[in-house]
Design a protein around this ligand. Sequence first.
Ligand SMILES: [Zn+2]
Length: 345
Amino acid sequence: MSRRLTRTTVSFAAAALLGGIAAVTAPAALAVGEGPSCCANGTVNTSILHTYDSMVAELRTQAAKQPRMQLEVIGQTIKGRDIHLVKYLSDPSNPTILYLTQQHGNEQLTTEGTLEFIKSLGTGKNGDVLDGVNILIVPMLNADGAMGDVDFSLDDYVASGDRHLTRYNAARVDLNRDHVAKAQPETKALHDKVLSVYDIDYAIDLHHQGTTSRAGGELVSGSILHPTNGDVSAQTLAGSKRLGAVVYNAIQPTGWGHLGKYVGGSERTIARNGLAAEYGISTLLFEMRGMSDHENESAVLGQKSNGYLIRQTVITLTSTAQAIADGSIDTVDASFWDTLPAQRS
Ligand SMILES: [Zn+2]
């Protein structure tokens, strides 16, 4: 239980790890994205993150508690870990959104936030949203990478803790470049058992990026992008831009949230493009600031920032589910894309 990651325990643990003097001298209110970066003053300990096993245990606990939640195993990773699909399918006539986390195993706060969101769907506070939207969630697609259970060395990775986490799957393949070939068991399961099976309207692919990107001169808390592949229909692209508008309108006014436009490629091998082109799903890539582990220190963010990044995930999932459920996504103004500054490192 002590490993369960909540906003409160993360902040407390981070403060404790910083030590008394550092905690006293740290700025009283850290500006957006200004948390200590790895590894000099902000310790990064991967042991405070959910393990694959503790995540599955939490999913099972929630499935037992929540009558509207179903849990399905859609396949196995290379190392034999079951890949889970969380399903809230209230009404086939409702629109459906898919949330996908951790194609890259070292980008875990998105999964931590998604677990908080799943818990919230079992409460009166947020459960009503399920009357108007079907929700599919694939958390921690790359469980082998998340657990550092891979067939290559992670000795030069910088985080401390029980394990290292890596971008790649066990065979050192980037799953987010495998959405055309679908050659890896993780991506094959996602396509065969989720994308080809359900009539999905929207999808958010949740990632983390490096720590140094700025937009408008200010460090970003994350960056977003719609599909940019020429095979994507105008209608699908328009839906993607509206999905992004819902996220932008929820994150940007928080005071700590500051979004830039991600600068990315147009290849269909990337989920943002491939899912939109192949299935007509309106997709959004969300890259949150800072990774959980990496061989390059500058990519890893001190865990004092965990609280707001987890919160950023929860707000993203909650706001989009609500906007789809109440239909407001259909009329949201997406013109912010025209002026959203591209981020720069
Ligand atoms: Zn990623």
